[in-house]
Design a protein around this ligand. Structure first.
Ligand code: FAD
Length: 474
């Protein structure tokens, strides 16, 4: 009998919990499988940048597995509902008694896995799942009263209390090469219809080695200054590892391990830069905790249910201007153009553009969430939903509704010389720093740059009023 290892959002051989466990179980040969679900991905708003990155990493994974004599099978099932039968067919064809995979936590993914388990058990085969997406088991992190956390700081406190460097960071070695398999590997497609992208691939080289090089150079060169530089979009002050984490080319344990190695094993003390970066990894865990504890956020619903009564101003013309980076607010336009060109946006700017859409334009956060998902190379449901709901003040531990970023003040503060704006909004290139954040009408005319699409002196009052009508204090 053989064993199937089902890869999903864990496209790596190193430190892969399920792969390691399957190899240790020693049930015949390992056979890898990945299931392409193009229609389901469309339903989940995955876009070209993410799918292109996924396919490139899948090819890299196939090559790594080949070195270990583990064939990677590629199966296609348009939607999740075809997955149980597709896997069962493969298991029967190759005499696999067991299926190993790492857990995913989104609602549709959980349902899919329940159905796969039922199908396997009915067929006298086993399915083994493992926690791998997070460092700690975030479903087990509970308040004193046994409830789910909805505020980050106490969640983080508890996380740090529970974390004991040791077990959680045990590195799972890749399997030893097995004797050569008779099962042929499949070709990984280079592209899938409906998922094209113009975003710059060179920014995101595929493969585990590329991810590890990036992690090593970040820890070597930038982590020490992370606390002070992470908000400056013009500099490379952050790790840019999010696409690798989203596809699981890198594990969060590997990230934490590298950070702890330069911080005397301390999680929330020691070097400020390192502790701040680790805190971001914990934000990632927090949003997964929210996803599991409050599955309604997976169903297009806000965390704060009373905000379902908000009547958003869904103006399609303004939305299109936001999408195109033509709002007349330079930092917003710079961010949206970075997203289109790079498939990625700096975190500070993500917050600025998201708040601008949901507060100044008062457009439904779900429109922005979807647009991000369609254009990000690092699109990750939990973090994207968490970030959008934070910005829109509909989420857990969200920005208070009366806190509305002023885009010009934000860019004066975080991009004082306008370097980020100049890079992404080249028509403003010659404008001096003291005028670039909010150019006057004459400059806009000369530079062919649009007038602001909204009057900010009125827009804040509109959103504050709408939230006030809901009642409550936040
Ligand atoms: C509106 C909005 C949408 C977002 N959408 C996504 C998304 O789809 N995918 C995604 O990975 N992140 C998302 N984020 C979170 C954050 O912006 C990115 O994780 C970060 O910018 C990635 O850059 P980095 O790898 O250089 O991060 P670093 O600053 O180097 O942080 C290291 C890692 O920690 C995690 N992380 C950092 N900040 C956050 C955060 N606020 N929430 C959750 N995890 C975090 C990421 O995995 C990141 O790679 C979103 C934030 C906002 C405000």
């Amino acid at each position: 009998m053989n064993t199937l290892v089902w890869f999903r959002s864990d496209l790596r051989t190193r430190d892969n919990t399920a792969l390691h466990a399957a190899a240790c179980a020693n049930h015949g040969c390992l056979i890898g499988v990945f299931i392409l679900c193009p229609q389901q991905w469309k339903d989940h708003h995955w876009g070209g940048p993410r799918v292109d990155f996924l396919l490139r990493n899948l090819r890299a994974l196939g090559a790594e597995l080949k070195r270990l004599n583990i064939p990677l099978k590629i199966v296609r099932s348009n939607r999740f509902d075809g997955v149980p039968q597709a896997l069962l067919k493969l298991a029967r064809a190759h005499d696999c008694a067991a299926l190993y995979c790492n857990s995913e936590h989104e609602v549709n993914e959980v349902r899919r896995d329940d159905e796969v388990r039922a199908a396997f058990e009915t067929d006298n085969r086993q399915m083994h799942t493992f926690r791998d997406q997070t460092i700690l088991d975030v479903a087990d992190i509970r308040t004193q009263a046994g409830g789910w956390y909805s505020v980050f700081t106490p969640f983080k406190r508890k996380w740090c209390e529970l974390f004991k460097s040791g077990d959680e960071l045990k590195e799972f070695a890749p399997p030893q090469p097995q004797s050569s398999s008779k099962v042929p590997a499949d070709e990984v497609p280079t592209q899938l219809a409906g998922f094209s992208t113009d975003a710059d691939r060179k920014l995101w080289p595929e493969g585990e080695s590329s991810a590890h090089q990036r992690l090593a150079s970040f820890v070597d060169q930038a982590i020490a200054d992370y606390a002070t530089r992470r908000d400056e979009p013009a500099t490379d002050g952050t790790s840019a590892l999010s696409p690798y984490l989203a596809c699981g080319v890198l594990s969060p344990r590997q990230c934490l391990r590298a950070a702890l190695a330069v911080n005397h094993n301390r999680v929330d003390s020691g070097k400020k830069g390192v502790a701040t970066w680790i805190s971001e990894l914990i934000w990632r865990e927090f949003y997964r905790h929210i996803l599991i504890g409050f599955p309604r956020v997976c169903m297009d619903r806000p965390f704060r249910t009373e905000t379902e009564r908000l009547r958003w101003n869904n103006d399609t013309v303004q939305f299109e201007a936001w999408c195109a980076g033509a709002t007349g607010f330079p930092i917003v336009d710079a961010g949206m153009r970075q997203l289109a060109a790079a498939g990625w946006m700096h975190n500070r700017v993500r917050m600025i553009v998201a708040m601008f859409l949901t507060k100044d334009l008062f457009i439904d956060w779900r429109w922005g969430e979807r647009f991000f998902m369609e254009h990000l190379v690092d699109g990750d449901f939990a973090s994207n939903n968490g970030g959008w709901q934070w910005s829109a003040s509909t989420g857990t531990d969200a920005a208070p509704y009366f806190r509305v970023f002023n885009p010009a003040r934000q860019s004066e503060r975080y991009d004082p010389n306008g370097a980020y704006i100049r890079r992404w909004v080249p028509e403003l290139e010659p404008v001096p720093a003291n005028r670039i954040h909010d150019p006057d009408a004459a400059t806009r005319g000369e530079r062919d740059y649009p007038a602001p699409i909204v009057d900010r002196s009125k827009s804040r009052a509109r959103v504050v009023e709408a939230f006030k009508r809901l009642g409550g204090s936040r």
